[in-house]
Design a protein around this ligand. Structure first.
Ligand SMILES: [Zn+2]
Ligand SMILES: [Zn+2]
Length: 301
């Protein structure tokens, strides 16, 4: 088992900061290139129902060769074998893999990594959805420090549901962080680094951080009765001291439906300058909710 050096992990961000600008840029570029290359292998294999890591069909389940594709549960993956995966892959590897899987569906929308929705008491909370499966990760301050008793190592908790039924429960395992995990997490939590999952691993936190103008430009009005399958829920409030011509708004809504052009753009063109439009953008109901965990009190003895 890897020996964890917490002090060294804490210094990771200073190490990054001390790196000369040019070297840092080179490293970022190299990492991005690797990611892109790896991701395209992932997609090619995924489209053939194959795993890019072990080159086997998703249904393959061999204990002799633990592999992340087990988590798609196309084969006979059992709960008790989960530790075989965490022994081989660390938190960041599992997280990244599942993000790629989730983004094969609607982009960003199936990854709830939104800071606003996470409890301040947690180091992180994350829920990723793909088809009928949800994977959730959680880490409290206690877990991160390695709470007292037998579980005295930094770890996270993991939950997996299939068809909304618990398959692996949060308290089933205390999953060890790797040295690399801890280095990243200290840099993110203590030193304000932004987690980088690249375009292919990007979730709702990135989506919501895009400028509102860019978001609105991408959103049109859906047909009446049609379900919102987008990542956002958008509400606009329009006001004008002299009143508003309802016909203009109705026309704009219809135009947006027909042309898929953004409603706010059309409204801005049609309404007079003293009309103000306030828009509230929130994640849509299609974004998975963070799966909460009830924490057991650490045992005294
Ligand atoms: Zn595999
Ligand atoms: Zn714990």
């Amino acid at each position: 088992m890897e020996v964890i050096d917490v002090e060294k992990a804490k210094q990771y961000s200073s190490f990054l900061e001390a790196m000369p600008q040019e070297q840092k840029a080179e490293l970022t570029l190299e990492t991005m290139k690797q990611h892109e290359e790896e991701h395209s292998r992932f997609v090619d294999a995924y489209n053939k129902n194959e795993c890019y890591l072990c080159h086997k069909n998703f249904k393959t389940y061999s204990k002799a060769n633990p592999c992340l594709h087990w988590m798609l549960r196309r084969g006979k993956f059992k709960k008790k074998d989960f530790p075989l995966l965490t022994a081989k892959y660390d938190y960041h590897q599992i997280n990244m893999y599942l993000r790629w899987v989730a983004n094969t569906g609607h982009y960003q929308m199936n990854i709830n990594d939104m800071k606003d929705e996470q409890s301040e008491k947690k180091v992180f909370q994350l829920t990723i959805k793909w088809k009928n499966i949800e994977w959730s990760f959680e880490c409290s301050e206690n877990d991160f420090k390695g709470h007292t008793g037998v579980i005295n190592y930094p770890h996270y908790h993991f939950q997996m549901t299939v068809d909304k039924r618990i398959f692996i429960n949060y308290n089933g395992f205390h999953n060890r962080f790797s040295q690399q995990d801890l280095s990243y997490l200290y840099a993110i939590n203590d030193d304000g680094f932004t987690p980088m999952y690249g375009a292919n691993g990007s979730g709702m936190e990135d989506a919501m951080s895009t400028s509102p103008e860019d978001l609105l430009d991408r959103c049109s009005v859906i047909d009446e009765g049609q379900e919102n399958d987008g990542a956002f829920h958008i509400q606009s409030m329009i006001s004008n001291p002299d009143g508003i011509d309802g016909d203009i708004i109705q026309d704009a809504i219809e135009e947006s439906r027909r042309t898929k052009k953004s409603l706010s753009k059309i409204l801005k063109e049609k309404l007079s300058d003293d009309t103000s439009i306030a828009t509230i953008i929130s994640p849509s109901e299609r974004v998975p909710e963070l799966a909460k965990r009830t924490e057991h009190k650490p045992r005294k003895s």
